[in-house]
Design a binder for this molecule. Structure first.
Ligand SMILES: [Mg+2]
Length: 269
């Protein structure tokens, strides 16, 4: 079978496309190729589009605004963040428990909308998210919960955030800091490449893993996430991975197919 037959089979068998954003759909504030047409064609073919991000400092509504500004948001689509996956996981694994959250006000509102009860003192569970309002007092508070043995959840594992110039520290860097101070690593990490985000999303959409395809530009997060969850995977070369790097990936990060960009799917619709 040639690559186009494989792609055609993959697209036909997919009901839900999980799309990484930066490097897959856009680069910064610029859409990749005719992405507007590509996404409209996928919707017309009956595919559900889910924008999937590890960034837990912004809410789904904030991402929807960005996607609308770029002209690619449709009401049928869904934005799914590692923060949302963590809120759904807490509801499932720790129902009715009080949570101490290191996170932004936006994420606090999002957790509240999922019915997760937040508190400062006397929490049962502690959660580390990407907090652009982090303070020393918050670090000390979560460190104390971790040392005292509370269940410890992190939204995602990325060490740094994509940015212009020098990359700022992300949750993974704070996981390392807290490992040094407390001796513990998180009990569960929810975001890509781990399974929780994929499991919660399949449960939310009522779709089996075999009918989901993950498309992204980062092998060790996007593709490994798809492989860990039993999804089909598309590695796109429109972001941080080039053809040379794509040809020598470890088995855990090897995609079902490699495409120059997501726009290639239009050829088989
Ligand atoms: Mg990306």
């Amino acid at each position: 079978m040639n690559q186009n037959t494989h792609l055609s089979d993959l697209v036909r068998g997919t009901r839900v496309f999980l799309l990484d954003m930066d490097g897959t759909v856009y680069l910064g504030d610029r859409l990749i190729g005719d992405m507007k047409h590509t996404l409209a064609s996928l919707r017309d073919a009956g595919k559900k589009i889910v924008y999937c991000t590890n960034n837990s400092s912004r809410t789904a509504a904030e991402y929807e605004q960005k996607l609308a500004r770029l002209g690619i948001w449709s009401e049928e689509d869904l934005v799914y963040t590692s923060g949302m996956a963590t809120a759904e996981y807490l509801r499932l694994a720790y129902p009715g428990k009080k949570v101490y959250l290191v996170g932004t006000d936006a994420l606090r509102r999002e957790f509240a909308s999922y019915g997760v009860e937040l508190c400062e003192k006397g929490a049962d569970v502690c959660v580390l998210a990407y907090d652009t309002t982090l303070t020393f007092a918050k670090l000390c508070a979560i460190n104390e919960y971790i040392v005292r043995g509370a269940p410890y959840i992190a939204t995602h594992p990325d060490d740094v955030c994509p940015a212009q110039g020098v990359y700022p520290p992300d949750v993974g860097s704070f996981i390392s800091l807290l490992k040094t101070s407390s001796g513990r690593a998180p009990d569960v990490i929810c975001g890509k490449p781990y399974k929780v985000m994929g499991e919660r999303l399949c449960a939310r959409l009522g779709v089996p893993a075999a009918q989901v395809t993950m498309a992204g530009d980062r092998p060790h997060t996007d593709i490994r996430f798809g492989n860990n969850n039993g999804f089909s995977t598309l590695l796109v070369l429109s972001g941080e991975t080039d053809a040379q790097k794509a040809a020598s990936l470890p088995e855990s990060d090897r995609p079902t197919l490699i495409l120059p960009s997501l726009n290639e799917v239009v050829s088989v619709l």
